[in-house]
Design a protein around this ligand. Structure first.
Ligand code: PLP
Length: 259
């Protein structure tokens, strides 16, 4: 059994964060494990509270997994603080883990901050250089790279900057593209650009989309797929999950992991 770990925040509403990651791991038939960085009180209406774990608690969870079960691939999601990013980066180095998927989670769709402002430097300096692939959306890429991304050329320039920061591969997701009909993801491995387009689905139930996509990439890498193949499979998975979205509660429902 291949084993995948998510180092991320808990979403009590079950649509994003570690809950989305573990559901995705299960669906893609890898053994899922979690190290929780923060607990959020959350539902389809938004984030009502954020309760970070101590850095020690995060480190201990990862040590417990590493010293017994082992990890074939891991993803990071909500990391919240520079301290947690520093500690997790150090552990990734100590355990010599290579299959690292970094989802640079910053702000929930409702506006709640999931990463402290001063943690962005740690993300750039410590974690991105360890990543096999980083999966920013356009607003996250704009913050990390420090440029506006409006055109295809901008996306390609930003992708190059992620490789300069030390990521081995990058996928800049097109969910925030201006085009009302189509979204265009850009994959770059440092050599060639590849574009993957999909039909834009008209729904408000997109909660957890980014978590689910990066978890699917992680699962496929854990199973031994090459990075670009993992991205292609994850893209199909997330497209189906958005199409089959679930109406829950009174706000933004989640994508459907059983699609
Ligand atoms: N809550 C947690 C714990 C998350 O990790 C994320 C996203 O990564 C979110 C909420 C945001 O979910 P969304 O912006 O898809 O609604």
């Amino acid at each position: 059994m291949r084993k995948a770990l998510t180092i991320a925040g808990s979403d009590s509403g079950g649509g994003a964060g570690i809950q989305a990651d573990l559901k995705t791991f299960q669906e893609l038939e890898v053994y899922g494990m979690s190290a929780i960085t923060a607990v959020t009180a959350q539902n389809t209406l938004g984030v009502q509270g954020v309760y970070p774990m101590s850095t020690d608690a995060v480190v201990q969870q990862i040590n417990s997994i590493a010293n017994d079960i082992g990890v074939d691939a891991l993803k990071t999601g909500m990391l919240f603080s520079a301290d947690i990013i520093d500690a997790v980066s150090q552990q990734i180095t100590e355990y010599n883990w290579r299959n690292i998927v970094v989802d640079p989670v910053m702000i929930a769709k409702g506006g709640a901050s999931l990463l402290q402002q001063e943690a962005i430097a740690a993300l750039k300096q410590k974690l991105i250089p360890l990543s096999l692939i980083i999966t920013p959306n356009i607003p996250e890429a704009e913050v990390i790279i420090g440029m506006e991304i409006k055109t295809k050329e901008d996306k390609e320039a930003a992708a190059k900057k992620f490789i300069e920061l030390g990521a081995k591969n990058v996928v800049i997701k097109g969910g925030h593209d201006a085009d009302p009909l189509e979204t265009m993801d850009l994959f770059f491995d440092g050599c060639e650009f590849a574009y993957y387009s999909s039909k834009r689905i008209d729904t408000q139930n997109t909660h957890g989309t980014g978590c689910t996509f990066s978890a699917a990439i992680t699962a496929e890498i854990a199973k031994g797929k090459k990075v670009q193949e993992a991205v292609i499979t994850a893209k199909d998975f997330i497209q189906a999950a958005i199409e089959e979205n679930i109406s829950l509660g009174n706000g933004h429902g989640p994508t459907n992991h059983w699609a």
